[in-house]
Design a protein around this ligand. Structure first.
Ligand code: UDP
Ligand code: MG
Length: 320
């Protein structure tokens, strides 16, 4: 069985963690090579996503001194998902299977063996699923929970508690390449590929150094991107709500007319009027906003701009 493994790691301002991460992963690859689980030519591919710190010079240095290290440098910061895609698409030209993970090693690298075993048993995609989030902050744990539940309700097919820690075979990556969307939400697209899949669970740890690159604002926009690029359910909800409110207002209209003819006191009800105006006003703006989100997405998709540009590649082997 072909067993050349590439581990792809997107890095944005990760100067504090990168050396330690590479050290731990190199030991891991050594062990796995000794166990004959992977090909000795297996590598780690570090993707520098336009970092403003010393991340790229460190990668260049590691490339010279560590047999496992390869790297690519993006022309500017393109965000986690695009950087990851750049890495995956580069790695698939060299590897039989590719594992993606974060630079901070919050995801337990001890389960990499299991990933590979599942691949050898025939799985094309192996999802790493967090069994517990004990080490995550209260805020992160709860927002993440809401995120997964909300996604599910909005009709996005994602694997519960799975982030971007996964193994994909070359065949699955070739399939992923056919999804040409600019608004990338890999967690939503990959389950659409199909093939045989497997799940490996692990415990999520704390970041050992540096800071999270996903503050609340970025997390929110990631969630909105996830929904609007994988599902049109929000538009359906708007239509149904619109229909519901039209029916209600029809009833209300009948009531108002009857009230008038039966000699009711009509100046009354100013408060309810103002409340209704405010409510419907803001509700309409919200609906226009949601529709706008989709129009915006369509706009950027039609332009078909490149999702990333690679400025420099540090690769050791030839493409297969
Ligand atoms: N990342 C990236 N580009 C960005 C933001 C983040 O490549 O614009 C990388 C980052 O270096 C890390 C991974 O994406 O390897 C996940 O980021 P982080 O660990 O900060 O997210 P969290 O685990 O807090 O959700
Ligand atoms: Mg992290």
């Amino acid at each position: 069985m072909d067993s050349l493994l590439y581990i792809v790691i997107p890095c944005y301002n990760e100067e504090q963690v990168i050396k330690e991460t590479v050290h731990r992963l190199s030991l891991k690859l050594n062990q796995m090579t000794e166990k004959k689980l992977i090909d000795p030519l297996s590598k780690i591919l570090l993707v520098n996503d336009g970092s403003r710190d010393r991340t790229w010079p460190i990668i260049q240095e590691l490339y010279k001194t560590n047999q496992y290290i390869t790297g690519i440098n993006l022309s500017r910061n393109r965000g986690h998902q695009n950087a990851l895609l750049a890495g995956l698409m580069t790695a698939k030209e060299y590897a039989d299977m590719v594992i993606s993970m974060d630079a901070d090693l919050q995801d337990d690298i001890e389960v990499v063996d299991e990933f590979v075993r599942e691949y050898q048993k025939g799985a094309d995609i192996v999802y790493g699923v967090r069994s517990s989030r004990k080490k995550d902050s209260f805020f992160k744990k709860n927002t993440a929970q809401v995120f997964y539940k909300f996604m599910e309700k909005m009709g996005v097919e994602i694997v519960y508690n799975h982030a971007d820690y996964r193994l994909m075979s070359k065949r699955a990556l070739d399939a992923l390449e056919k999804y040409e969307e600019v608004n990338l939400f890999l967690r939503g697209i990959i389950p659409l590929i199909g093939y045989k899949t497997a799940v490996v669970s692990y415990e999520r740890k704390e970041r050992f150094a540096g800071q999270s690159k996903y503050p609340l604002g970025k997390m929110l926009s990631f969630a909105i991107d996830g929904i609007t690029s994988c599902s049109v359910k929000p538009l359906r909800i708007i239509t149904t709500t619109g229909l519901l409110f039209s029916c209600l207002s029809l009833f209300y209209l009948v009531y108002v007319i009857l009230y008038y003819f039966l000699g009711g006191y009509t100046v009354d009800g100013w408060v309810s009027l103002v409340v209704l105006i405010c409510f419907f006003g803001s509700f309409q703006i919200l609906c226009i906003g949601v529709v706008g989100e989709y129009i915006g997405k369509t706009y950027s998709e039609t332009k078909k701009r490149p999702r990333y540009i690679i400025e420099e590649e540090l690769m050791k082997e030839k493409r297969i």
